[in-house]
Design a protein around this ligand. Structure first.
Ligand SMILES: Cc1cc2nc3c(=O)[nH]c(=O)nc-3n(C[C@H](O)[C@H](O)[C@H](O)COP(=O)(O)OP(=O)(O)OC[C@H]3O[C@@H](n4cnc5c(N)ncnc54)[C@H](O)[C@@H]3O)c2cc1C
Length: 380
């Protein structure tokens, strides 16, 4: 039986960032991950521009290290294509990047693995989490029994910590589902651009094409889970149909070749404020349902929540307070930071993205009005 101050479940962006945020705490921390890295994660691989800042607030050297990743593609422009195919180009205020999750997540885990206070256990899942009066008992797939005074649940939307600890129910109507594949040889690509094609049959979802290094691409589609299940839609088939028959997208894929399979996963959307902490635990990232309801982006929110959870955990030990009331500061800080802009994204999703006529008008308005483009650039 190994005893830790903090156990973090899952070494995705949320879990690794939580570990980094606890790096100078002096606490004895374990990070437990079911896969061995590098591992693939089904994703669009678009890393938001503010991610370097999140890392820099923990340690400025982490931002410098991130800049050193070679296998990434900088992106400076976002192209929205409305259902009537009017394209609106928005220049980012700061460059983002597209980086395969196998590369990005390994980078984060590698950074965390250098911490003196962190024990990293990979290749075995957490099987069970049992709350007790002094903390948690955790069983892993390889038969280890661990204890911790505090648990940070970062094992994603289907993880064990959300299933056992989440003080809320995630309704199927609050999620999206998306599929993606890697391609080479897509034609007529605007340089350094994230492309979002709002095709009528996908709204409020979209078809994306994101550029990767070496003239490769991550392309995929996402839609609300409720629409997919009620219409018995097979997203893989729909994606291939668009690639083969869409009059604008089809010709661009005519000489493209797919590398590997089309893979899908769910996105737990940040549709409302939920209770994401309790006595001696906090949930982060997808385990806390923090995915942007309009764009489907979740990496940045996962890292922000991981950082706040790490800082809150250190505070709990300083104050020797693990009560429900004290843990609530985590919810308040995180929602204080994220909720306002998220609410705007909810409005965009409900009023703009669901309506092809409004999307067409918005795209035209953006093209003729510099102020709208500037506003959008600031929001992205
Ligand atoms: C198709 C698709 C495209 C997307 N595109 C983008 C995009 O372009 N940009 C963006 O910002 N977001 C995107 N997202 C959302 C993004 O992938 C997630 O929001 C993000 O990965 C959340 O990070 P996380 O650390 O919370 O969870 P995850 O990245 O899911 O990490 C959880 C980790 O926990 C591990 N784990 C799970 N169960 C256990 C267990 N029992 N024990 C131990 N470890 C466990 C997993 O192996 C994993 O490593 C996309 C999602 C999908 C499905």
């Amino acid at each position: 039986m190994a005893d830790f101050d903090v156990i973090i479940s899952g070494a995705g962006p949320a879990g690794c960032t939580a570990a980094l945020a606890l790096g100078s705490s002096g606490l004895n921390v374990a990070l437990i991950e079911k896969e061995r890295f590098p591992r693939e994660k089904v994703c669009g691989d678009a890393i938001p521009a503010y991610v370097p800042k999140v890392l820099a607030t923990i340690n400025p050297s982490y931002r410098v290290a991130l800049e050193g990743i070679e296998d990434k593609k900088p992106v400076s422009l976002c192209r929205y294509v409305a259902p009537d195919r009017t394209a609106l180009d928005i220049t980012f205020r700061e460059n983002g990047m597209v980086c395969r999750r196998s590369v990005f997540d390994s980078f984060l885990l590698d950074l965390a693995s250098r911490l003196d206070n962190l024990t990293v256990i990979t290749g075995t899942p957490i099987k069970d989490v049992r709350p007790g009066s002094k903390g948690f008992a955790v069983s892993t797939g390889n038969g280890d029994e661990l204890t911790a005074k505090l648990l940070i649940g970062c094992d994603g939307s289907a993880g064990v910590s959300k299933r056992i600890l989440a003080p809320y129910r995630h309704e199927p109507s609050e999620g999206s589902v998306a599929v993606r594949a890697y391609f080479s040889g897509i034609k007529d690509n605007p340089p350094e651009t994230l492309e979002f094609h709002f095709l009528k049959q996908l709204l409020p979802g979209y078809f994306w094409i994101f550029p990767l290094p070496g003239n490769e691409f991550n392309a995929g589609i996402g839609m609300p889970s409720a629409v997919v299940s009620s219409g018995k839609i097979n997203l893989r088939d729909l994606m291939m149909k668009i690639i083969e028959t869409d009059p604008v997208i089809g010709p661009r894929f005519s000489t493209a070749s797919m590398k590997g399979d089309i893979k899908g996963y769910n996105l737990p959307l940040f549709t409302r404020k939920r209770k994401i902490s309790g006595e001696r635990f906090m949930l982060c990232g997808d385990a806390a349902s923090l995915v942007n309801p309009a764009t489907g982006a979740g990496i940045g929110q996962a890292m922000q929540s991981g950082r706040y959870a790490g800082w809150q955990a250190a505070e709990c030990f300083r104050e020797n307070d693990f009560s429900v009331e004290f843990m609530k500061s985590y919810d308040l800080t995180l929602y204080g930071k994220l909720w306002r802009s998220n609410r705007n994204y909810m409005i965009i999703r409900n009023l703009v993205l669901k309506n092809p006529v409004v999307l067409n008008l918005a795209s035209r308005a953006g093209n003729s009005n510099r102020f709208i483009r500037k506003e959008l650039a600031e929001k992205l």
